[in-house]
Design a binder for this molecule. Structure first.
Ligand SMILES: NC(=O)c1ccc[n+]([C@@H]2O[C@H](COP(=O)([O-])OP(=O)(O)OC[C@H]3O[C@@H](n4cnc5c(N)ncnc54)[C@H](O)[C@@H]3O)[C@@H](O)[C@H]2O)c1
Length: 246
């Protein structure tokens, strides 16, 4: 029996990843702010036969991360996998964003990955190994700025995830493999308005001619997070249906 902590697993990519991991035999700890949705997600996980626990916390709160990691080991015995998935976009340009909005964007999208790696790494090392999968974004390499909208602060935070992933893969080797996924456009609540207003244009920008689904990312989370003979660390995988190369 394995245990995975998945942040932001109340819905979207995090929920799809948690369900995929549960079907592959993981007990799941859901970390999220949305109590009702997290409780429903936990019920879905339990219906696979695995155990589920909900921890309501802000992912950028280090003290909470340390406490939840300790509680996870106390209840489930170990932490095999951390999926740092919770995140939030910020659509404001350089001249409009406030200092508080910049800080909040960096906290939820970048500081969170530091907090959770810091919290789980000692437990993984004590148990002889583990995996960390960080969810970045295609915006990390495109810059996240179009004529219509600037997500520059979000893009900066998600680019920070790539540096953190490479650095931690070195610091935590050989016991812990650390990798990142850069999703392209995946249909979830985070971008529902943007997608419904521009669906055809967005589909046309993707070589595989469809928007991504949360399950597309979950498949890579499961591979990087749980494939037994995975010989990869410090890497970042773009999962975007071929949008970036166009
Ligand atoms: N959907 C996309 O197109 C897309 C593309 C690239 C990257 N991503 C990234 O994928 C991840 C998941 O996004 P999604 O599309 O599933 O979004 P979503 O909004 O559907 O889900 C995000 C989850 O994170 C939780 N969350 C947000 N802030 C939190 C906080 N401070 N503390 C705890 N939980 C918090 C939310 O409550 C929610 O359950 C995010 O990091 C996002 O940046 C998404």
């Amino acid at each position: 029996m394995k245990t995975a902590i998945v942040t932001g697993a109340a819905r979207g990519i995090g929920l799809a990843s948690a369900l995929r991991l549960a079907r592959a035999g993981h007990d799941i700890v859901i970390v999220d702010l949305l109590a009702d949705e997290a409780a429903r997600a936990a019920d879905s996980i339990r219906s696979t036969g695995q155990r589920a626990r909900v921890a309501i916390a802000d992912v950028s709160d280090l003290a909470a991360a340390l406490r939840i990691a300790d509680e996870t080991v106390a209840e489930f015995g170990r932490i095999d996998l951390l999926v740092c998935n919770a995140g939030r976009t910020m659509s404001k340009g350089l001249l409009d964003i406030t200092e508080a909005e910049w800080d909040a964007t960096i906290d939820v999208n970048l500081k969170s990955a530091f907090c959770w790696a810091r919290a789980v790494a000692p437990h993984m090392q004590a148990a002889g190994g583990g995996r960390i999968v960080n969810i970045s974004s295609l915006n990390a390499i495109t810059g996240g700025v179009t004529r219509a909208v600037s997500k520059f602060a979000y893009a900066a935070a998600k680019a920070g995830i790539l540096g953190l992933t490479r650095s931690l893969s070195k610091e935590l080797a050989p016991l812990i493999a650390v990798n990142a996924i850069l999703p392209g456009i995946i249909e979830t609540d985070i971008n529902a308005a943007q997608v419904s207003a521009n669906r055809e244009m967005l589909q046309d920008s993707i070589l595989l001619q469809r928007l991504g689904r949360p399950e597309d990312i979950a498949a890579w989370v499961a591979f990087l997070g749980a494939e037994p003979d995975m010989f990869v660390t410090g890497q970042s995988v773009v999962v975007d249906g071929g949008q970036w190369v166009t």
